[in-house]
Design a protein around this ligand. Structure first.
Ligand SMILES: [Zn+2]
Ligand SMILES: [Zn+2]
Ligand SMILES: [Zn+2]
Length: 140
């Protein structure tokens, strides 16, 4: 794992007021280093021998969600895909584009989608998440 990503993970935990346990640092480092959202299982596989058991990974992810460090990007095949929230704004996650041919999902961190309008009275948006489907450049 790259030292500067580990350092960033430690800083994020400190800012969130979470104790910097090895497991938390490891899991957040994996998420910060990932190019796309990951399931708990994929996080475990990336940690190989150092991987905590699945229950622990889920518990740490719950801590991170509550602290706002991590977002659930989307649900696929009954598994949540998690990612670090550092490339999202307060109210909006960056969109995710899934290629229907190769199945790859990408983080569209540079694209701009306006916030939803016209929801009507009484609705309060906490987070806007957009999922796009289509063909990636390699498949189009
Ligand atoms: Zn997000
Ligand atoms: Zn594709
Ligand atoms: Zn993303």
């Amino acid at each position: 794992m790259k030292a500067h990503i580990v350092k960033k993970a430690q800083q994020m935990l400190k800012q969130a007021g979470l104790k910097r346990t090895q497991q938390r640092v490891d899991i957040l480092t994996v998420l910060l280093g990932a190019k796309q959202p990951l399931t708990a299982e994929q996080i475990g596989r990336k940690l190989r021998r150092n991987a905590p058991d699945k229950v622990t990974i889920y518990r740490v992810l719950e801590n991170f969600l509550e602290a706002g460090l991590v977002h659930r990007a989307y649900l696929e095949d009954r598994s949540w895909y998690y990612e670090s929230g550092d490339r999202c704004t307060q109210l909006q996650c960056h969109p995710h584009f899934t290629c229907t041919k190769c199945g790859l999902t990408r983080c569209m961190v540079d694209s701009i989608i306006p916030m939803v309008k016209g929801l009507g009275r009484g609705f309060v948006v906490h987070r806007q998440q957009v999922r796009l489907e289509g063909l990636c450049p390699g498949c189009a």
